[in-house]
Design a protein around this ligand. Structure first.
Ligand SMILES: C[S@@+](CC[C@H](N)C(=O)[O-])C[C@H]1O[C@@H](n2cnc3c(N)ncnc32)[C@H](O)[C@@H]1O
Length: 337
């Protein structure tokens, strides 16, 4: 017998922003950081968080029902994943991306329909402002938030790349568009024989250096300031680009792949990783919505499939390519020169 047709999936997705905003506000208010200090009673917790009596019970219990908090009697505590990943004081904190979603993306996505009709960005650039990176980088606090957000969203895949790629045969690597440098740090920590660098715009240097120092990788990971539009890429055995190509239009994507080809030795590898869309463009909903996010955030960026990227890599001269899944929606595509 076939399943009865019901409206539940439609209604769940249609109101999914309620769940999303409940979690984003919880991160903003610091619920998980507060509870990481220890379980707390309702009265104590709502007082410490400064919640209005009208909202407190429903808000905290909604977080219980969504699985982000636990409650025994009247005492609330973090669920294991909230405690590990949403306590701002732990190095495993991934909430940077949620802070950015709360401050920026949530508001910009309210204008998705306009973006769909006009093809134009709906972020700070709207109405003729500067490019996304110029806008972000004009304000040091916003820059730091953005770079930390990148580490949060990329950490799981970074650790997987550090473990999965056959690093034994290489000596050097460069991570292009490195942000805080988490990928370079994870590769260096997991592979003590390697020396690497992070290449990014000069404004990123202090944030990178602080992060790499705190992670204990400062001796083996250095910063290379540069602009990939005007400078060649630094030479290395392996070049990596995480969430870079999707920011740009097709001509820029191909230009960056060609610059990587030119900087690699014969036998060297280019690793590109993103929330790669499946080749049939029907399964990786996150990858497809990430592409819509690029519509909101950039003038020409879009996400792509492994097959798309492989064809650009072959066009640039690479011999062979393979796609490997990382974590969640992310996959990497490895090309050999
Ligand atoms: C979307 S972030 C990706 C960060 C990181 N690779 C990751 O996956 O988490 C894009 C990065 O590209 C850098 N970037 C943008 N324009 C650049 C340019 N012209 N030259 C070098 N880096 C640039 C940004 O500063 C930023 O760190």
């Amino acid at each position: 017998m076939s399943e009865p047709v019901t409206p539940s999936r439609i209604l769940q997705t249609g109101t999914a922003f309620w769940a999303s905003k409940t979690l984003l506000s919880a991160v903003e208010i610091g619920v998980f950081t507060e509870l990481a200090k220890g379980p707390a009673s309702f009265t104590n917790l709502s007082g410490r968080l400064g919640l209005h009596p009208r909202s407190a019970r429903d808000f905290l219990d909604a977080l219980v029902a969504l699985g982000f908090l636990k409650r025994e009697g009247d005492v609330y505590s973090n669920s294991p994943d909230s405690d590990q990943f949403l306590d701002r004081k732990k190095p495993s904190y991934v909430g940077g991306i949620l802070e950015m979603a709360n401050h920026r993306l949530f508001h910009h996505w309210a204008h998705l329909t306009e973006a769909l009709r006009t093809g134009l960005p709906q972020n700070e650039m709207k109405g003729g402002g500067e490019g996304v990176f110029e806008t972000l980088y004009a304000d040091p606090a916003r820059l730091k938030e953005f770079l930390a957000a990148m580490s949060g969203v990329s950490r799981g895949s970074n650790m997987e790349i550090a473990r999965k790629f056959p690093w034994k045969e290489c000596k050097t690597f460069v991570d292009v568009g490195t942000a805080q440098g988490d990928l370079a740090v994870q590769i260096a920590l997991a592979n003590p024989h390697l020396e690497g660098s992070g290449f990014d715009l000069p404004e990123v240097a202090p944030v990178f250096e602080e992060y790499v120092e705190a992670a204990g990788a400062a001796g083996r990971v250095s910063f290379r300031p540069g602009d990939f539009f005007t400078d060649p890429l630094p030479k290395a055995d392996v070049i990596l680009m995480g969430h870079i190509l999707h920011d740009w239009d097709l001509a820029t994507k191909k230009m960056l792949i060609t610059k990587a080809y030119e900087a690699l030795p014969e036998g060297g590898s280019l690793i590109i990783y993103e929330a790669l869309i499946d080749d049939d463009r029907s399964q990786n909903a996150f990858g497809l919505m990430m592409s819509l996010n690029m519509l909101i955030e950039t003038p020409g960026g879009f996400d792509f499939s492994g097959a798309d990227c492989a064809s650009w890599m072959k066009e640039a001269g690479f011999r062979d390519t393979r796609v490997e899944h990382l974590v969640g929606p992310d996959s990497m595509i490895i090309a050999t020169k």
